[in-house]
Design a protein around this ligand. Structure first.
Ligand SMILES: Cc1ncc(C[n+]2csc(CCOP(=O)(O)OP(=O)(O)O)c2C)c(N)n1
Length: 251
């Protein structure tokens, strides 16, 4: 029998997430990476406003709650206050990171702050009941786009990795998903690299995770995982959008 031990950095408490929501999987991956790098004692997480607002209850490392969208600014202050001894990550939804917090995201990336950003893109505002997010797909039905997102009225969804890749600043940008075992393994690799980059002083690393929200998408958990493949990935292709050190090594 295979026994999957709970990572030490993950608190032993039930999570409040809906059935089929992938926030829990990503929490676990982050905790596994903290364990594997032996950095729990120096890691400080910044929780967002959104469904993962209570992430501070789920990690055993120190956590700070930021105002909506301000996690990268809070992370900047915490990191700069003791850069040698603080490993700082933010954990943010798409409403948090790409709407109200877009300025903080872009400027932290442009400054190449040595922080790790875990960006959960579920194409909707989950916590507040399913309103349209900056990442909601063209035609996507949400509480505030009941006839589907009309791009002539609401504009086009923002591809965060592609946009940030145009900046000189950031070190590493990758988009992954967690809708299959293979995808979860790949997501773990990306998250580990994003933390390692910080340990090695390389700079701003962001991993975008295409995630499910069965409740607000109005789908079963299984269908929500399929929806990621069929609808999200064509608009948000997976892959590495920037990896400065790897590029320099190749040169
Ligand atoms: C300043 C401010 N504005 C608006 C809100 C309301 N609000 C809470 S969560 C949320 C959206 C969260 O969506 P997202 O970041 O995509 O995370 P998810 O819940 O989908 O994980 C909003 C608009 C708030 N709490 N504070």
């Amino acid at each position: 029998m295979v026994v999957f031990d709970k990572p030490h950095a993950l608190a032993d408490v039930p999570m409040h997430y809906c059935p089929g929501c992938t926030h829990g999987i990503v929490h676990r991956l982050v905790a596994e990476v903290i364990d594997e790098l032996g950095i729990e004692g120096k890691t400080i997480g910044i929780a967002p406003v959104g469904c993962s607002v209570m992430a501070y209850d789920y990690f055993n490392c120190d956590m700070i709650e930021a105002a909506h969208g301000r996690a990268p600014a809070v992370a900047t202050g915490v990191k700069r206050s003791d850069p040698e001894n603080h490993i700082v990550f933010t954990y943010q939804g798409d409403g948090d990171l790409a709407s109200i917090g877009m300025a903080e995201t872009v400027h932290a990336a442009a400054r190449n702050e040595n922080i790790t950003v875990i960006f959960i893109n579920n194409a909707i505002y989950g916590m507040t009941g399913g309103q349209m997010a900056p990442t909601s797909l063209p035609g996507q039905v949400t509480q505030t786009s009941p006839y589907g997102r009309d791009v002539s009225l609401c504009g086009y969804p923002i591809r965060v990795c592609e946009m940030l890749s145009q900046l000189e600043g950031p070190e590493y940008l990758e988009r992954v998903t967690v809708n299959s075992v293979k995808a979860v393994k790949n997501a773990k690799k990306a998250i580990k690299k994003a933390f390692m980059n910080q340990v090695e002083g390389k700079g701003f690393s962001l991993v975008e995770v295409l995630s499910s929200c069965p409740t607000n998408w109005g789908l079963t958990p299984q269908k929500a995982l399929k929806w990621i493949d069929e609808k999200m990935i064509p608009y948000y292709p997976l892959g590495v959008y920037k990896d400065r050190s790897a590029k320099e090594e190749t040169k």
